[in-house]
Design a protein around this ligand. Structure first.
Ligand code: MN
Ligand code: MN
Length: 300
């Protein structure tokens, strides 16, 4: 039973407002660094903290890319960009995403992700089986002539925890759980082309991190960074950009490397479609109830 429903709703309202700004803005020619900083600024300006670094995953990169400090990668008019953002109030998270695209030939992919999500939201109430949500998403996407990404899924949320143990699949799968009353979940269909494998693999790049353990590393400076991370981000993901405001970039990379090697911090690889086909995504955070659902990130 959630005691902090108010915080979930506040975070949701802020995340939704920012997502709608992101959706209509012309990002062509902007660097991913500018986008991440601007979107994170919009979240903070509204009184929330970022629940994780804004993700700007382009084309065949499905998820988990955030800008490096001063990252020069720039949005082109042929790019399909998934902008995934999170706001949190006292650790209660709103997780939402939109795909922006300026080339009409990819509108269908974006539409399929949005329709998969909205059909899923229409069926939510307490007790609905996650596997049935997956079936709805899969059917919707396939009927529109596309393919869902089978190994990416939505998830339950908890205070300071983005992936709280339960998965909301994007395909039909056997077994699974039923949605609980007044628990928070994220649903996030990922859509790719018929020619795609319909799976993601880990890429080489890792620029999103999160604390694994607060055990001391015996390196004084690294332990100081670990403390800083815990105080500022708790268990939530962070980016190097968020550290270089306090630490010199070269030093920060060095220390972060030590923390990763000591397994105090985990590094998350980018996720890439196996056939390097383009991927679109849409995402909402929601709380089921006996008669339906509160979509905390519904558009204002
Ligand atoms: Mn997300
Ligand atoms: Mn999510």
């Amino acid at each position: 039973m959630i005691v902090q429903i108010e915080d979930y709703l506040k975070a949701g309202k802020i995340a939704a407002e920012v997502r709608e700004i992101v959706r209509v803005k012309d990002w062509i020619g902007k660097s991913v660094y500018e986008i991440c900083e601007e979107v994170e600024g919009e979240i903070k300006k509204r009184g929330a903290k970022c629940a994780f670094p804004v993700n700007t995953s382009i084309n065949e990169i499905a998820a988990h890319y955030t800008a490096e400090p001063n990252d020069p990668i720039t949005i082109k008019d042929t790019d399909l960009v998934k902008i995934d953002l999170g706001a949190q109030i006292n650790g209660y998270i709103a997780d939402t995403a939109v795909t922006v695209c300026y080339d009409a030939q990819f509108d269908g992919l974006v539409q399929a992700a949005e329709e998969g999500l909205s059909n899923a939201m229409s069926m939510i109430k307490t007790g609905v089986k996650a596997s049935d949500i997956g079936r709805t998403i899969e059917t919707t996407i396939k009927q529109l002539g596309f393919k869902p990404i089978a190994n990416l899924s939505g998830h339950s949320l908890d205070q300071y925890t983005i992936h709280a143990g339960r998965s909301i699949p994007n395909i039909w799968s056997i077994g699974g759980f039923s949605l609980s009353d007044n628990s928070a979940y994220a649903c996030e269909p990922f859509v790719t082309t018929k020619e795609a494998g319909g799976f993601v693999r880990n890429g080489q790049i890792k620029n999103i991190f999160a604390i694994n353990s607060r055990k001391k590393t015996k390196n004084e400076e690294a332990d100081r960074l670990l403390d800083f991370i815990w105080k500022n981000f708790n268990m939530l993901p962070f980016a190097l950009r968020w550290i270089t405001k306090e630490w010199d970039e070269k030093k920060a990379r060095e220390l972060l490397d030590i923390l990763v090697k000591k397994k105090a911090v985990q590094a998350y690889p980018v996720l890439i479609e196996v056939n390097e086909q383009r991927v679109a995504q849409a995402e909402h955070t929601f709380i089921p109830n006996e008669t339906g659902v509160t979509v905390t990130t519904r558009a204002p």
